[in-house]
Each structure stands twice: as C-alpha cells, then as structure tokens.
Design a protein around this ligand. Structure first.
Ligand code: SF4
Length: 411
C-alpha cells in the first residue's frame, strides 16, 4: 500500500473531547455499551474507528487479561497491531479468555511462535501480482487490494504481512496501472475488491474505484470482500447502500466467524445491503476453539440464512506465520460438512476449501459420498450412511420397430 490519503474521515472535534473509553463500565455490565456513550456517537462509524482500543492500558480497563494476552498485546505492533472497535469490544466476555469474540480480537503470545511450514504469504499473492495492488491468480478473476486498514484486526489474518501497517489507501497512480492491466487482459471478467477492508474507504473514493471498473468492458461482475458489517456495522448506512447499488452486478462476501457476532446491528446492516439488491455470501475461517464444532457452525449458518446471507466458504486456516494456535486438522472441516449436508438446508452448506500453500488456489475438500464407480454403476453413500446404487445411461440408444419403441444398448 502507498499514499498518504487517510482512509476515513476525522470525526467532529467535539467527539475528541469525550473519553475514548467511557463505555468501559457498561461493557463490563453485560456489554450494553450505548448506556455510557451517547447513542448518536455510538452509532457513528467514524467515532467507532477513532476510538478503537489499541493499547494494553485501554484493554485492561474493560477486560481482565490473562498473562498470555498481556504478553501478546505488548508483542503486537506495526503490522496487525491490535485495534478493536468499541462495538466489537462490547461483545467480548471480559471474564472468559475463551470467549470466541475475544479470541479473534485480543492478541496472545502464541502469535510470536513460528511453526515448521508457517509462511509469510501462504496464498502466494505477492508472487502473482503483475502490478502493485493487484493479484491475478486465476484466469478470469483478479483481486484488487485497495487498503491495508481494517476496522478490527483478526488475530489469524492470512494477510498479516501487509495489513494494518500504515492504514493507507492505494494511490491514484497505482489504480491507473491496475485499470490499464485490467483493460488489456480481457479474459478478466470478475474483480474482487478487498484489503484490508474496502468499506473503510471514503464513499467517494470507493465510488471512484467502482465507476472506473464499470467502465472496463470486460469486467462483468464486481465483488467486495469485507468484515465491516460484522466489526463495524454502523458503517452500513443508506448512503453507502444507495451508492453501491448503482454498480450492479455487485456481490459481497462477508467474513463471519461465530454466531455471537450476529447482533441486531449486524442484522440491520445485512438487511440494508440485501435490500439494495446485493447478493450476500459468507466466508468463515475454521478456527480452533472458536468455531470448529459442528453445532456452532450450524448455529452460525442458520443465523446467516435468516439474514439472507448465503454460507459460501469455510476456509481451512492458512499457515500464516503466528497463527498455529488457531489451526485445526483438515478433518475438523470435513466433519463439519458431514454434519451439515443432508442435516440442514442445502443453501446452508458451504464449500470447505483448503487454499493450497504457495498459490495453488482453493481446493474443495469434502466427505466421501462416492463409494465406487465402474461399468455404468455408481455406488453412493447418503447422509445417513445408507448405500445406494445408480445406473448411468448407456452410451447408445437404438431405435427398433419404428418410431415408438426404443431399446438401450451399452455399446
Ligand atoms: S478483516 Fe480480513 S483482512 Fe482484515 S484483519 Fe480480518 S482477516 Fe485480515
């Protein structure tokens, strides 16, 4: 990332006079933060960003930290420094270090451990970047990274090598290079705008990017990858939704991790986006001790469906440096799919994928339902473990006795 442009607007000066952490008492009192901060400020996304929790002292005012967390906070800094919106912090259980929201937001000392096979850039994005800011790994799609800023830094982030360092927005010059590359590579028909989080851009900057992409004839669809509806739902307002819907077909992938994240604010945000005609999909990273149990994932999926968000992907946690304590065996993901397929709404069953380390792309991994396949006979297993046989159509159909009778032949 480069550029000195700030990715969000300064809040009104009166906001600066308020105590950034005046929500602490209510956060401890069952997390009803709006009691301590005037509602209009609490609902102001710029206030939320301005008042993110970024220091040990601030965090200790609202959470009783474990020694591992204290060391983790002190060790974090620079890239993927700690930053938690007051809203997301209000969902944290201050007494339980295993709270799923807390585990995602509060650094632990384990982040400084490097395990064998850990990688700085596990998805090989840097080696597939033809121009700065753009990743071109699949023939017809490209990833445009527009900022390194997020509302909250997930401790398992696969882009931790670049996220949160400067909190800057891609420069105009770099964007021009990106547009030029996209115009000349006519096979690219789908651009995913991500970061960092593109929904933290000023509305006019984001609209400028969307309108420029829309002017490129080969770009058929645009997608936005974001976690803002979850960590900063106040950002989703009618102004943003009205702007976005001008650039259809526009899709959105929202990063959810746990049912505890589904609040009334998140429901309002997703409703606004859906009503703007934006198809919403969820992406979830499989995280040890957070969402690696089938009943937790099923609860999340049911909540997503109620919000018109289609569960899209579950990702095996990438082997990014410092994320070993979050990783599960691949079998945990397969087991989750096994417990979903056939047991709940088909729309609610995401695809479980492993992003092949080094840039091999997403590889779907699923339970084995195809037992055998030979001589036109396929043996299958259903979700209850029952075995069924299916006979494939023969290769030729021969007409006999005029036009009304048919007999099927294998050869
Ligand atoms: S929102 Fe995405 S890019 Fe940002 S820290 Fe979380 S995982 Fe990383």
């Amino acid at each position: 990332m480069e550029s000195s442009e700030c990715s969000f607007e300064e809040p009104p000066s009166s906001i600066n006079q308020l105590s950034a952490f005046s929500f602490q008492l209510s956060a401890l009192k069952k997390y009803n933060s709006t009691k301590a901060v005037p509602k209009e400020l609490w609902n102001d996304w710029r206030w939320q960003l301005k008042n993110r929790i970024t220091t040990l002292q601030q965090l200790e005012e609202i959470i009783i930290l474990t020694p591992e967390e204290k060391k983790g906070v002190l060790a974090s800094g620079g890239r993927l420094a700690m930053a938690i919106t007051p809203y997301f912090a209000s969902l944290i259980d201050p007494y339980n270090p295993n709270c799923p929201v807390r585990r995602q937001a509060v650094p632990r000392i384990e982040e400084s451990y490097i395990l064998p096979h850990d990688m700085v850039d596990p998805c090989g994005e840097d080696t597939h970047s033809p121009v700065p800011g753009l990743v071109h790994r699949y023939p017809d799609r490209a990833l445009l990274i527009v900022t390194d800023q997020c509302a909250m830094y997930c401790r398992y982030c696969t882009r931790r090598r670049m996220v949160g360092a400067e909190e800057n927005v891609i420069s105009r010059d770099r964007l021009e290079d990106v547009y030029s590359y996209l115009r000349t590579n006519r096979k690219i028909r789908d651009v995913l705008i991500s970061g960092g989080d593109p929904l933290l851009l000023k509305e006019e900057i984001l609209e400028g990017i969307l309108s420029n992409l829309r002017r490129i004839p080969n770009i058929e669809i645009i997608r936005l990858g974001t976690r803002v509806p979850v960590t900063l739902p106040q950002r989703i307002d009618t102004s943003l939704a009205d702007m976005l819907k001008k650039y259809h077909p526009l899709w959105m992938s929202i990063h959810f991790s746990h049912p505890k994240e589904i609040t009334k604010d998140v429901k309002r945000a997703c409703g606004l986006l859906s009503d703007a005609g934006i198809p919403l999909g969820s992406q979830t990273v499989l995280l040890r001790g957070i969402n690696d149990k089938p009943h937790i994932m099923k609860k999340l999926i049911h909540e997503l469906l109620k919000m018109r968000v289609r569960p899209y992907y579950i990702y095996q946690c990438d082997p990014a440096v410092g994320t070993g304590h979050f990783r599960t065996p691949v079998s945990a993901g397969i087991n989750i799919i096994e417990k979903l397929r056939g047991h709940t709404t088909g729309y609610g069953v995401p695809t479980f994928v492993v992003d092949a380390p080094g840039g091999g792309g997403k590889i779907p991994v699923a339970p084995v339902y195809l037992i055998s396949q030979a001589d036109g006979r396929v043996t299958l297993r259903n979700y209850e473990g029952k075995i069924f046989e299916y006979y494939e159509s023969p290769k030729q159909i021969r007409r006999i006795d005029g036009i009304k009778q048919f007999r099927l032949f294998d050869s």
